[in-house]
Ligand binder design. Structure first.
Ligand code: BG6
Length: 470
């Protein structure tokens, strides 16, 4: 039988993604200030698997030349990273740290020299601690400071960086910071969650405008964690629960970013519940006028909504023990349940590539032709280095399925321009610490030595051929 290959469009970007806090380390070096995550890990070590901290992470701050060289050797043409706000502005105010700027100057120059195009996220959850202490994203001052910090990045790096994302996963950071309480600031207050989500949306719109005004040919987008939300059963109640959950988790961020308006049903729901912050006409106008030039889609798993949770309950499996449950239930509204036919990782995340295809096609229907990048997609595994090798066949299978799904979405008309695997390096996986490994490069936790996994070579062949063997 003749073997077919799935060819990707010319210029399709192949690469990996990281975030500053998860890889840089050098937490106290050269004038960097603390972020809310540094302090959270220090003050609540019991909430992080094995009491891990991002203090050293992958030491990318010192080892970046080697990491850039790996990207080149592995055939990557793009790299998604984030800038550490507290490295540039250690106290979150107007006082800049020149050494922080110099670090990214060198990194961007090296990436471009290696033929790897940077795609930069301005905020991947590492809020300067001093802003956190003054109310964080609940305080409109943070919106102002974020706009200033972003403008400084556009001015300094805009000659070399052409792809910018304002925020990483505002839905996930809001939910975990203010509803489940699993991430800093560790609160469980729906009203604050909605206020914070609104401030993040305002911050996003401000920075899209600033990026466009800065000129320099920059394209400004946002990276959203989208998850198809399917009814657990065909009942009317579960279908309504799925629509509601989709509104809270997906549409509340997707629609403003992509079509410039808030979803009416969610707005009405929050209003009825008395949870809505004051929304000014000026902000709505700003939002309507600032749509993204591209959308970043971060996809990991779908969810299944079941109506009528008795009470709110949240838990994340951060140990990698398969018998531990992930729990997400909003009292009186809905809860997510496990797919009885699903395949799951040891951390309880379902593997289902059809969800990625569904999301990419959905964005295409919402705004036909909008350029989309898969800005994160990957699988956390307890990868082990044996005799100098990591045989991560499960990751290769995962990638094969998700790249085929991406290809199907392109065939259906979606304008998908690139794919960034999460992640380049095994890194600080937030509350999961370091056991949950995502990298193309294995990182030894004692020596920090990098070793390419089997999947890295497999992906290089796909990237170089710009095609997936069928
Ligand atoms: C995304 C984040 O939510 O998922 C990444 O943008 C994160 O920063 C990735 O690491 C995987 O999640 P986790 O919690 O398993 O590290």
């Amino acid at each position: 039988m003749m073997r077919m290959t799935l060819q990707f469009p010319t210029g399709f970007v192949w690469g990996a993604a990281t975030a500053a806090l998860q890889i840089e380390g050098a937490a106290d070096e050269h004038g960097r200030g603390p972020s809310i995550w540094d302090v959270f890990c220090r003050e609540h070590p019991e909430r992080i698997f094995e009491q891990a901290t991002p203090q050293v992470a992958c030491d990318h701050y010192h080892r970046w030349p080697e990491d850039v060289a790996w990207m080149k050797r592995l055939g990557h043409t793009g790299y998604r990273l984030s800038i550490s706000w507290p490295r540039l502005f250690p106290r979150g105010d107007a006082v800049a740290n020149p050494r922080g700027f110099e670090f990214y100057d060198r990194l961007f120059d090296a990436l471009l020299a290696a033929g790897v195009e940077p795609s930069v996220t301005l905020y991947h959850w590492d809020l300067p601690q001093s802003l956190g202490e003054r109310g964080g994203w609940e305080n409109v001052e943070t919106v102002e400071r974020f706009a200033d910090y972003s403008a400084a990045c556009f001015a300094r790096f805009g000659d070399r960086v052409k792809l910018w994302a304002t925020l990483n996963e505002p839905s996930w950071s809001t939910l975990n910071g203010y509803l489940t309480g699993i991430h800093p600031p560790g609160r469980q207050e729906p009203r604050a969650a909605i206020a914070v989500s609104w401030n993040l949306l305002r911050a996003h719109a401000r920075v899209v405008r600033a990026g466009h005004e800065a000129g320099k040919g920059s394209r400004i987008g946002i990276a959203l964690n989208l998850s198809p939300i399917r009814p657990a059963t065909p009942s009317a109640e579960d279908r309504a629960a799925a629509t509601l959950a989709d509104g809270f988790l997906n549409r509340w961020f997707l629609e403003p970013a992509v079509v410039g308006r808030l979803p009416e049903d969610v707005l009405a729901f929050y209003d009825r519940a008395g949870l809505l912050p004051r929304i000014s006409t000026a902000d709505l106008q700003l939002m309507a006028g600032q749509s993204v030039d591209f959308l970043g889609v971060n996809y990991y798993f779908p969810n299944y909504a079941s109506a009528g949770a008795r009470e709110s309950a949240f838990a994340l499996n951060n140990t990698g023990r398969p018998e531990e449950d992930c729990v997400f239930a909003i009292g009186g509204l809905f809860r997510f349940v496990r797919n009885p036919r699903g395949r799951y990782t040891d951390w309880g995340w379902e593997i289902d590539a059809s969800g990625l295809e569904e999301l990419l096609v959905r964005v295409h229907i919402l705004r036909p032709g909008l350029p989309v990048y898969v800005t994160e997609n990957g699988i956390g595994l307890p990868d082990a280095l044996v005799d100098g090798h990591v045989e991560d066949d499960a990751r290769i299978a995962f990638l094969r399925e998700h790249l085929a799904a991406t290809h199907r979405a392109i065939t259906a008309g979606a304008n998908v321009r690139g794919y960034y695997m999460w992640s380049l390096l095994d890194n600080f996986s937030w509350v999961n610490g370091y056991k949950k490994r995502y990298g193309f490069l294995h990182v030894d936790r004692t020596t920090l030595a990098r070793t390419p996994k089997k999947s890295a070579g497999w992906f290089r062949d796909v990237a170089v051929a710009n095609a997936l063997p069928d």
